[in-house]
Design a protein around this ligand. Sequence first.
Ligand code: EUG
Length: 614
Amino acid sequence: MAPSELPATPTLDAAHSGIPARLLHKATHAKSLVYDGKTVADTVTLQRGLPVPQGISKSAFLSAIDELRTLIGAEHVQLNDKQIKNGWYMEHSNTHDMMPIFSSEEFIASAVVYPGSVEDVKLIVKWANKHLIPIFPISVGRNLGYGGSAPRVRGSVTIDLGRWMNKILDINPDGFTCLVEPGVTFYALHEELVKRGLDDKMWIDTPDLGGGSVVGNTLDRGVGYTPYGDHWACHSGLEVVLPGLDSNGDVSVMRTGMGALGVGGENTWQCFPYGFGPYNDGIFSQSNLGIVTKMGMTLMPNPGGFESYMYTFAKEEDLAALIEIIRPLRISMILENVAQLRHGLQMLSVKGHPRTKYYTGSDPMPDDVVRKHLRETNIGECAWVYFGMSYGPAHIRRYKLDIIDKEFRRIPGCRKVDPSTMPDDEYFWTRDRIASGTPDLEELKWVNWMPNGSHIAFSPVSPIRGKDAENLWALAKKRHAEAGIDLMPAFCVGLREMHLIVEIVFDSEDEAMKKRAEKCLRDMIDDAAALGYGEYRTHLAFMDQVARTYSWNGNALMKFNNQLKDTLDPNGILAPGRCGIWPKRYRNRGWELKGGETSTEGNGVAPVSGGSRI
Ligand code: EUG
């Protein structure tokens, strides 16, 4: 479709989740590629009508919604009973998983509410406790590949925090910290630094795509690509609305770390994450124990120069030797950022064209076909590509780059690609921008590999060892071959571990392919677990399976999480099932997904007598 035929992508001036004006041309282009690949209408009429959550009648639910309208304002409550719109990355859905591995009407909200303040969030929590209606908070809702904005429990009421709660409350140019609300995206935070003339002084750490919420991504323990890549490790201070009611029937708000000080907490809230006593922040990440309404984050000083580099490696079998070279360099910070080691096929797919441009077979694309097409690109024929960045003034970089060059060249066939040979629109430059704190929009292009391109991620963590890389690579290869799916792995190397990220790209309209994609991921999770590897994050449909792999000592961890859940959220209203943690009311009623199901729902919820209070 010609870009001119599609409505323009909203910019940041028009929407909190919009694209920065400087990237509008990219959004226009990316949008036309996505819509070229869509074979079905973007807007779909709901076949099953209003998704009422289990445990409440439709009429009781509708009268509760009327009450919510009175509390928050009718214009801030939207019922989801007619049509859903899939959209695309920049104009994403907040009602359902727009990359559905099951039917679109499984992971779906009954309504969306848009709070304007912490007070509104408290009212919503109180309302949910009164009516025993499941609520599912999202910050921006761009957790794509992991369920996006969708709730785990069908018919939950989604709290879209980001639409109105999207202020950058503070940027401290002396202390290099900021304080943000859930609706602040990496794009928006970066643009604000530019606007204030601070972008030359301080950097943010951005993931591959910049549209995600800083709060949401950090709470989900997302990763970026500067030396500050571990977002959770870089946050300092949370403000949290708790899900239970206190003895007066009220909702509590607490601040963690130094923010808990009765007087003057703001002074040190973003400088020191721990405060006094138990460090509680952890129970609010990847959890369903609180609604985070503010978060502090560190910003990185401009290191005084930076230089991206890219090496290619000839053979797939070079993987283990290369990882062995990377480990000591990474631990000693000669390799300074979360670098990516990508498979050659991903360098083709990220160009944004459908796979049929390169290959029409129904089997995974053969190696010689991948190599032939890579030969015609600027990168050239190879098996693996390493993207890294060196920071600091030229003489400091030289010292590190020389060591890296000498070490990498121990692998026969290693090539350093000269950046000056890379045209402006080459993928190399998006890695360069991201590793220097400028969010971009290139990464989503590989979803176009399939028509109606959707994705789910296999995200195991391992030590940085050749043997581990080989194990994971081998099991992924085996399961992709069985499923007939192209394997596009990227190793993201942290300080002591690496995240392998395998995005399975599937056609959301191809039911058979969806089944194969689900089986492929379930098999990889089980295979990896049998070898001692666990996922760091997963899609809604796989949370029960992944949670079960963390079973040490008679599931001691899950028992503890259940205890916390029962104590902090006795009515079980907040994001039931998120990360495999089910409230008491849902337990042992068949809500856990094990694979092969066609429904995401269990057999009802237990009634709660007398409205539990803490
Ligand atoms: C990516 C990286 C991730 C993740 C999902 C996707 C990048 C894809 C390091 O974490 O969880 C190219």
